[in-house]
Design a protein. Structure first.
Length: 81
């Protein structure tokens, strides 16, 4: 996975800890400057990254917090990218 920037002045603001799936830790945030959602992905290996995600995707994840469905979707999303 590559690191993606939302804007020239990206500044992380935590929104929700979405937990773990597929050995990966997922933390959802927003850019304080442009408001776009960002996913911080931390895993063992070459390092962590921050990925810009669609608003609809982020809101779906937020609505599924604490469910097995969220874990399934995060795993699928991570493996796809």
């Amino acid at each position: 996975m590559a690191k993606y920037r939302c804007c020239g002045s990206q500044e992380w603001e935590a929104v929700a800890d979405l937990g773990h799936a597929a050995g990966v830790d997922f933390d959802l945030g927003r850019c304080r400057n442009c408001g776009r959602y960002l996913m911080a992905v931390a895993y063992v290996g070459p390092g962590s990254t921050c990925i810009v995600v669609r608003r609809s995707t982020a809101e779906a994840w937020l609505s599924l917090q604490g469910t097995e469905e969220l874990r399934r979707r995060l795993k699928k999303w991570f493996e796809r990218d």
